[in-house]
Structures are given as structure tokens and as C-alpha cells.
Ligand binder design. Structure first.
Ligand code: DON
Length: 609
């Protein structure tokens, strides 16, 4: 389904119910509180209502995985247990994005004193600024971010994707074993669960193991997605055997090898992945197929606990993922836009969209020129978020005219189209926002022999050649150049928003490559500024601009007169396919929580590869 269709109200509502926001007790799923009932999405006649639960819920892209997380909440797990259970289940039921062989980020908030120090975690994983420590106290609880982005292997070099002609070899950068960075997901999920979860890892992973062992009925979405990726999967004999021909919808997909890998992890924690038979098979495949990842790369991999980036927006603390995640750009956008009276100019009106698009161009200019892995390059985080810098950017916005990209003198990014985001609320108001990816759908299409899982092609998120566009138009700088052990820059930005008094409120995030950041921006503006309820805020049509290519991408639903007004200001506007999938949850002040699944397809447009 491309964006939200007019007149397809029933279908949209059905999808919201049927696509993965699983309340713990269906009997309790009643209409949201009266205060939210007046919020009507300005699209057709439909009212969008999030689901409600008194006992927590999981909003993820695939319903069996959401149900796995909800089952863990029901067994007494907290939001972290629920998120970890859902993420492992997505590795089974959503192989295009859920993964063992990829990476991602998690933002969490839990009430009360943190269990992490007592469990030895704050010594063990001290990423970010050790002086400040990774945890941030807010709302009578603790917020922390988990960085499980993949790292470049030790043998990686800045020029490894250049061919003899000095140009980027796209196939090598995206389809070969060289495109695989050291996977981070297993270390990240295990770290989060060990330091902040309440239940044993084996219990949290049990639903995923069951789904892999016993199989599950293949959805039309999965069947279509496998068919679309067939040419890439076909090239690898192991992937071909695991996934092709694409199962007919409704047939059962059993994944015995994946179940065995999951069992090892459940029994041994991350050691079951980074050492032993899984590691041997991964390294063996690398040695035979010309990849770089060694046993020592796997043993050296560490997920990090890091301090979330924080900035207030209209009195609401917003906590998000620092670099190499995309949260800094999100906070820049909120900072640039804060003084604009977007509520008065109106949702999806040209007078609102113009400053938003111009702010996006300016923030992406900074992103592409200056951001990289802060463990390896200096990233001027404070300067980029300073009032002086944000005021300076805002002053560059001409209220009447689009500023052409060459006048801003920089390059920007366009990225792939498959990743997945899940948000969890537990009954104590604990929140988790987790985004994970293999980069392309099914990563590089190559599976680890005998282990049942696919490998990422995250190395393509690095700058292969400074200033030169990659297959997605990505033109980044040397701050994001390839170097051993470095993490490639990402747009993923799981985000938590708090009430002005510090109590937890929203958890959100999205897939969508470079559109991730602008998707989250609009969900937040729709909820906080325009007052849409959570489901409406997620479903409302979105725009995206990133300096280069110089145009506004607009989903279906932008009114023709807004479009004409934008064009009159010098913007080029292109009707774009659906962007992002911002599965989100909200904690209600009066108790209970709401969840909504984005009524767009998880995958959006096919990756140009
Ligand atoms: O980390 C990143 O920014 C990209 N690897 C994400 C790719 C992506 O979101 C594709 N998805 N829809």
C-alpha cells in the first residue's frame, strides 16, 4: 500500500489492528480515552485510533514478532525483555530486516533505580563519554542508549571499494562478502537484556526459537519481498536453499538451522555467536569468499551503552541516538523548527512544509559533511546543537523562496529502503525503541552456511569515495571514511519523548534510510504541535528533503494546492512512494499505553542497487 489511501479507511484501520500492535489483553482493547477522540487525521474521513492496553504493548512490523514480545511482557518481562524478544522473533519472521547478522540501536527508559551498575554493566560497556557515564536520570528512572552498530573489520581500508578506474565498484560495496561489517545485533540485544532486562535470556528468546523450529505461515508481504530479492538471493547457494523459490503465502517456513543458532545464543549469550560453531562458519565463509571478517574481529566486537542525546522541544525532553546514529540531525531539525508556529500555518500546508524542507536541507548538509563515528573522528556535537549554530541555520531560510542546493554548497545522502523499527511500552511505563537493519533488504543476500542467517552489507553506509555519489546518491565526507573498527554513519534514530515534568511519554523510530530522520521529525511534530493522536501522527502523509537530490519527496496525500504553492517558492516536488514505518507507543498520563503500527508497507520502494 503506498502511503494512506483516501477511501481505504476500513483497510487502514484493519491494518492497524492486524499488523502487529499487540495489546496484552485483547478484551481490554477499548477506544482510546475521550481526550484523544477529537483528533481526526486530515485525510479522507477516517479517524485513526491507536490500540490501548493497561498492561503494555509492542508495535512492530510483523504481527507474530509483536506477539512474541507481548507474550514476554505477559510473563513479567519489562520493556527491554519485550523489545529483545521481538527483535529475535523478527530475525525469524522478517528476514528482510530482522536479523542476527546486522546491527542497530536501542533507546530505553525504565522506572526506578537502574539495575545496570549492580550487574557490572557500567564498567563493562563504557562507550560514549565515560566521565558522564552512559545513563541519564529522568522522570524517576533511567534512560540509556545501546549502540550495536556494526564495525569495519580490522583489515578494512578507506579505498577498499574502489576499482582500477578509481571509481566505486558498486557490486563489491553491496553484494560481496566485503560489504559485510562485523555484526552487532546479538551483542547489543544480549547486552541490553543482561543489563536492563528482568527475565533470563533463554526465556526471552524462547518464542523466536519456537517460530524458527515449528515454522510460521508465510505472509503475502514476505513472499512478495523474497520474490523481489530473488536475483540477489539466487546468487548465493545457501540463501537459495533457505529462501527460494519464495514460499507461497500461507505455507509454513521452518528454519531449523536458524533455530539451532538461536538456541546456542540462548544458552551461551553472545559467546554463542561470536565464538564457537557460528563464528567458525562465518569466518570460514569469509575465507572462502574473499571477505575480511576474522575470528579476532568477532571476538573484539563490543556493543556499547551510551548516553542518549538530549534536547528540549517546547518543554518536552527528547532523548535520541547520538552519532553514529541519526538523532543529532533529528534534534537539529527540532531546534531549527521550534520557533516556527507550525500549528498556525497548519499540517501539510505549504507555509509549514517550506520551512521544514529548508531545515531538512540544512541539517543534512551538516550530517554529510561533519558526522561520523565519534569513537574515531571528532564530531562537534555540542556546536552543532548550540543555539548559535541553530539560529545561524534558521537565518539561512528564506521565508518566501527555496534556497537552491548549490547555494548551500554541500552534498547529501539518499539511502536504502529496508530496516525495521519496534517500540514497546510495559505496564510500569517502561519504554523501548529499537531500530535494526541489514542495510539492504536481506543484506548482501549471502547467508552463513549451516547457521540459517543472512549477512549485512552495512559497509556501504561508509563513504567509499569522498564526494562521489554511490548507487543511492549518497555523497558523504571523509568523517565517514572506512577505517578498521569504525562504525558507519547511520540515519537510524530510535527516540523517546518525555512529558515536561519528566515522565515518559512516547517511543518512536523508523526505517527508511535517509528518510528515517525526517519521518521521526514529522511523527513528533504531528503529535506535539498539530495534536494528532498517535495513530494519526504516524499515518499522516509525509515529505522528505535532503539537499541532494534537490527536490521534496511527497507521499500521496499532499494537497495539490500545497504542491503548487511550494513549486511557486522554487521547490521541485515529486510524488514519492511510502516513506518509513514508524511503529510507535505512547504512555497515557491516566494509566495504560497506546500503540500504533505504521499503515505503510515495511519496505517502501525497492533499493536501487
Ligand atoms: O543505518 C542506516 O542509516 C541504513 N543502513 C539504514 C537502511 C535503511 O533504513 C533501509 N530501510 N528502510
Amino acid at each position: 500500500m503506498s502511503a494512506v489511501r483516501r477511501g481505504a479507511a476500513g483497510a487502514v484501520l484493519l491494518l492497524l489492528v492486524g499488523w502487529g500492535a499487540v495489546p496484552l489483553a485483547r478484551a481490554q482493547a477499548v477506544a482510546p480515552p475521550a481526550a484523544l477522540e477529537s483528533n481526526v487525521l486530515l485525510e479522507g474521513e477516517q479517524r485513526f485510533r491507536p490500540q490501548w492496553s493497561a498492561r503494555g504493548l509492542v508495535a512492530a512490523q510483523e504481527p507474530l514478532a509483536s506477539a512474541a514480545g507481548a507474550a514476554i511482557l505477559r510473563q513479567g518481562g519489562n520493556a527491554v525483555d519485550g523489545a529483545v524478544a521481538t527483535a529475535f522473533a523478527l530475525a525469524v519472521t522478517l528476514p528482510q530486516a530482522g536479523n542476527l547478522g546486522g546491527g542497530g540501536f536501542l533507546l530505553l527508559w525504565l522506572p526506578g533505580p537502574s539495575p545496570a551498575r549492580q550487574r557490572g554493566c557500567l564498567v563493562e560497556a563504557s562507550g560514549g563519554n565515560p566521565a558522564a557515564g552512559p545513563e541519564l536520570a529522568i522522570g524517576g528512572g533511567t534512560a540509556v542508549a545501546v549502540n550495536f552498530r556494526e564495525t569495519a573489520p580490522a583489515a578494512a581500508t578507506a579505498t577498499m571499494f574502489l576499482g582500477p578506474d578509481g571509481q566505486v565498484d558498486r557490486a563489491r560495496a553491496t553484494r560481496s562478502l566485503l560489504s559485510t561489517a562485523v555484526p552487532g545485533s546479538v551483542a547489543g540485544l544480549a547486552l541490553a537484556q543482561r543489563c536492563y532486562g528482568r527475565l533470563p535470556l533463554a526465556q526471552v528468546m524462547a518464542p523466536a526459537i519456537r517460530l524458527a523450529d515449528q515454522g510460521f505461515p508465510v505472509s503475502r508481504e514476505l513472499s512478495d519481498s523474497l520474490a523481489a530479492a530473488a536475483p540477489r538471493l539466487q546468487a548465493d547457494p545457501v540463501s537459495r536453499r533457505l529462501f527460494l523459490p519464495p514460499p507461497v503465502p500461507g505455507t509454513r517456513l521452518r528454519q531449523g538451522e536458524l533455530a539451532a543458532s538461536l538456541r546456542r545464543i540462548a544458552a551461551e549469550g553472545e559467546r554463542g555467536f561470536y565464538t564457537g560453531p557460528v563464528a567458525d562458519a562465518l569466518v570460514g565463509a569469509m575465507e572462502r569468499g574473499g571477505g575480511l571478517i576474522t575470528h579476532s574481529d568477532l571476538r573484539a566486537y563490543r556493543a556499547q551503552l551510551v548516553r542518549p542525546l538530549r534536547r528540549e522541544f517546547r518543554g518536552h525532553p527528547v532523548l535520541t541516538m547520538p552519532p553514529p546514529g541519526g538523532g543529532l540531525t533529528l534534534l537539529q531539525l527540532l531546534g531549527i523548527l521550534e520557533p516556527f508556529d507550525l500549528a498556525a500555518t497548519g499540517l501539510n500546508a505549504a507555509a509549514s512544509l517550506h520551512p521544514m524542507a529548508e531545515a531538512m536541507n540544512l541539517a543534512y548538509r551538516d550530517r554529510n559533511a561533519l558526522l561520523g563515528d565519534p569513537d574515531q573522528v571528532p564530531v562537534p556535537v555540542e556546536r552543532l546543537l548550540s543555539p548559535a549554530h541553530l539560529d545561524g541555520l534558521r537565518r539561512r531560510i528564506d521565508p518566501r523562496r527555496h534556497t537552491p542546493a548549490p547555494a548551500l554548497e554541500a552534498a547529501a545522502a539518499r539511502e536504502g529502503t529496508n530496516t525495521t523499527h519496534l517500540s514497546v511500552a510495559d505496564r510500569q511505563g517502561g519504554l523501548a525503541a529499537l531500530t535494526t537493519t541489514l542495510n539492504f533488504p536481506y543484506g548482501n543476500g549471502i547467508s552463513v552456511p549451516g547457521m540459517g542467517f543472512l549477512l549485512n552489507n552495512e559497509m556501504d553506509d561508509f563513504t567509499a569515495l569522498p564526494g562521489s555519489a554511490n548507487a543511492f546518491g549518497l555523497r558523504q565526507g571523509t568523517a565517514n571514511a572506512i577505517a578498521p573498527g569504525k562504525r558507519p554513519l547511520s540515519s537510524m534514530a530510535p527516540t523517546l519523548v518525555f512529558r515536561p515534568d519528566g515522565r515518559p511519554w512516547l517511543a518512536t523510530g523508523s526505517p527508511g534510510g535517509s528518510r528515517i530522520i525526517t519521518t521521526i521529525l514529522q511523527v513528533l511534530l504531528n503529535r506535539m504541535v498539530h495534536g494528532l493522536n498517535l495513530a494519526g501522527a504516524v499515518a499522516a502523509p509525509r515529505i522528505h528533503s535532503q539537499l541532494w537530490p534537490e527536490r521534496i519527496d511527497a507521499e500521496e496525500g499532499l494537497s495539490p494546492d500545497s504542491r503548487r504553492l511550494l513549486e511557486a517558492m522554487g521547490h521541485s516536488v515529486r510524488r514519492a512512494p511510502a516513506m518509513g514505518a514508524a511503529n510507535s507507543v505512547e504512555v497515557l498520563a491516566e494509566g495504560g499505553s497506546l500503540g500504533t503500527v505504521d499503515p505503510r508497507r515495511a519496505e517502501g520502494p525497492a533499493v536501487a542497487e
